[in-house]
Ligand binder design. Structure first.
Ligand SMILES: CC(C)(COP(=O)(O)OP(=O)(O)OC[C@H]1O[C@@H](n2cnc3c(N)ncnc32)[C@H](O)[C@@H]1OP(=O)(O)O)[C@@H](O)C(=O)NCCC(=O)NCCS
Length: 188
C-alpha cells in the first residue's frame, strides 16, 4: 500500500480493487492518466494539458468535499495488492449541494487507459451502487454518458442501470453541443 504517512479513513474492497481517499503521492499518476485523449473525449470537462497543479487542486477538492459533506464524495480506485492508483470514481457533488435528501445523484468514473478491459469499470459501478444505495441512502443513481461512449454504457447496463432518456444538445464539448444518454437505476 502506498505509504504517504496519511491514514486512509475510507476503504472498501470489491473484486481485486479497493476504493480509498486520494494521497498526495497520487499526483503524478493522475497527470499520466488524465493526459490521455480518450479520457478527455469522454468526460465533460478536464483542463488540457492536465498539469501537476491540476492534480493537486483535484486532490484538495476531494478533501474539501469530504469536509463539506462529512463523507467521501470521490474515491481513488486502487489495486488491492499494490495500492497503486488505477482511477477515480464518485458522486456528483452538484446533486448534493444544499440537499440532505437528493432525489437522484449522478455518478462518475475514469480509469487509467492501461487498466481498461479487465472488468474494473464494471466493479466500480457495482461499488458506487452499493455505497450510494446502502451506505448513503440515495434512492436513485444516474450517469450522463456521451452517445459514442459504448464502454461506459456497457458497464452501467451490466449493473442493471437502464436507459432513461436522451438529452439532446446537453453538454458542450470542444465548442459543440453533444447529446448524452441518461442511464439510471432506482434502489431495489
Ligand atoms: C468507461 C470505462 C470506465 C470502462 O472501464 P473498463 O475497466 O474498461 O470497463 P470494463 O472492463 O468493466 O468493461 C468495459 C466493457 O465495454 C466494452 N467496450 C469498451 N469500449 C467499447 C467499444 N468502443 N465498443 C464496444 N464495447 C466496448 C468492453 O469490451 C467491455 O465489455 P465486455 O466486458 O462485455 O467485453 C473506461 O473506459 C474509462 O475510464 N473511459 C474514459 C472515461 C469515461 O468514459 N468515463 C465515464 C464517463 S460517463
Amino acid at each position: 500500500m502506498d505509504s504517504n504517512n496519511k491514514t486512509i479513513e475510507y476503504s472498501t474492497t470489491i473484486s481485486n480493487i479497493i476504493l480509498t481517499e486520494f494521497l498526495d503521492s497520487d499526483d503524478k499518476l493522475i497527470v499520466e492518466y488524465l493526459s490521455e485523449p480518450e479520457i478527455h473525449k469522454n468526460l465533460d470537462y478536464l483542463p488540457q494539458p492536465y498539469t501537476l497543479n491540476d492534480a493537486h487542486n483535484f486532490i484538495q477538492w476531494c478533501r474539501d468535499l469530504k469536509q463539506q459533506f462529512q463523507k467521501n464524495i470521490n474515491f481513488a480506485i486502487r489495486d488491492q495488492n499494490t495500492g497503486q492508483l488505477i482511477g477515480s470514481c464518485g458522486f456528483n457533488e452538484k446533486d448534493l449541494k444544499d440537499n440532505t435528501n437528493p432525489t437522484e445523484v449522478g455518478i462518475g468514473y475514469w480509469i487509467g487507459k492501461k487498466h481498461w478491459g479487465k472488468g474494473i469499470g464494471t466493479a466500480v459501478v457495482n461499488a458506487l451502487s452499493k455505497i450510494g444505495f446502502n451506505e448513503y441512502g440515495y434512492s436513485k443513481l444516474y450517469a450522463n454518458v456521451f452517445e459514442w461512449n459504448i464502454g461506459s454504457q456497457k458497464i452501467l447496463f451490466k449493473n442493471e442501470f437502464v436507459k432513461e432518456k436522451i438529452l439532446n444538445n446537453y453538454v458542450e464539448k470542444n465548442g459543440k453541443l453533444e447529446n448524452v444518454i441518461k442511464i439510471s437505476k432506482v434502489k431495489n
